[in-house]
Design a protein around this ligand. Structure first.
Ligand code: G3P
Ligand code: CA
Length: 239
């Protein structure tokens, strides 16, 4: 069971910033989740939305903005939008990296970045876009990839396997008050039988998070890694 800090310790710090990732590692997260997009001049950078106004004081789209212009923006608390290289340099040897590929070209940019950072011991790629999963799997042999999906009530295995994914990531954070109740025993048997590990959405409600942390899944995302680490420790001492 891996605790994956979703966009870092994003409940406490500006998401997808070095500060947020530092806080996540300090809180004991096993992995950090980060979103990769490309600038107009093709540099891989770490931010969630294509719309700069969503998380920075800038305007316009990241893919229409140069790296130099992007680096002038405030991503919260005076933080800059990090480059992928910065995240690899600061965190690759301190925690696992769960890298969401958010834009065309991101898998190739990640593959090039990995050549510049030879030591990245724990890496998983993921995407909502099966084409990007497929591309990542082809470019990065041996690096597991997760297919992210918000769908409930359908078998995600055929599409995930067709894309070459090793994991399905269930993004059910908006599915009512107790989405953990959708993660049935049958489902937890089905995906591993199909050769797929399961990753669960980002959850912050302590009662729901505690329930997720008891499940036999590959990992659980959360914006509050400190709460998850505490709940996991309590669960271990109870068992
Ligand atoms: O757990 C869901 C997450 O990993 C993907 O969602 O919206 O942060 O890219 P998002
Ligand atoms: Ca993400």
């Amino acid at each position: 069971m891996r605790i994956i800090a979703h966009r870092g310790a994003s409940a406490y710090e500006p998401e997808n910033t070095l500060r947020s990732f530092e806080r996540a590692v300090a809180q004991g997260a096993d992995w950090i989740e980060l979103d990769v997009r490309l600038t107009a001049d093709g540099h891989p950078v770490v931010l969630h939305s294509s719309d700069l106004a969503a998380t920075t004081d800038g305007r316009g789209l990241v893919e229409e903005t140069s790296l130099a212009a992007l680096r002038l923006l405030d991503a919260g608390a005076g933080e800059r939008v990090p480059t992928l290289d910065e995240v690899l340099e600061h965190f690759a040897r301190r925690c696992g990296l769960y890298v969401e590929l958010k834009a065309p070209g991101a898998p190739y940019a990640l593959a090039l970045a990995l050549r510049r950072h030879s030591s990245v011991p724990a890496l998983v790629t993921c995407s909502f876009d099966t084409d990007l999963v497929r591309e990542a799997v082809a470019l990065l042999p041996g690096v597991p990839s997760a297919w992210l999906s918000g769908h409930t009530g359908i078998d995600l295995a055929p599409e995930a396997l067709q894309a070459g994914a090793s994991l399905v990531h269930l993004c059910w954070q908006s599915e009512g008050t107790r989405p953990d109740r959708l993660v049935t025993k049958e489902l937890l048997e089905h995906y591993p039988r199909a050769g797929l590990g399961v990753v669960l959405w980002h959850e912050e409600r302590p009662a729901v998070l505690a329930a997720l942390l008891r499940l036999p899944v590959w990992g659980v995302c959360t914006n509050t890694p400190d709460v998850a680490v505490r709940l996991r420790a309590v669960g271990r001492s109870d068992s």
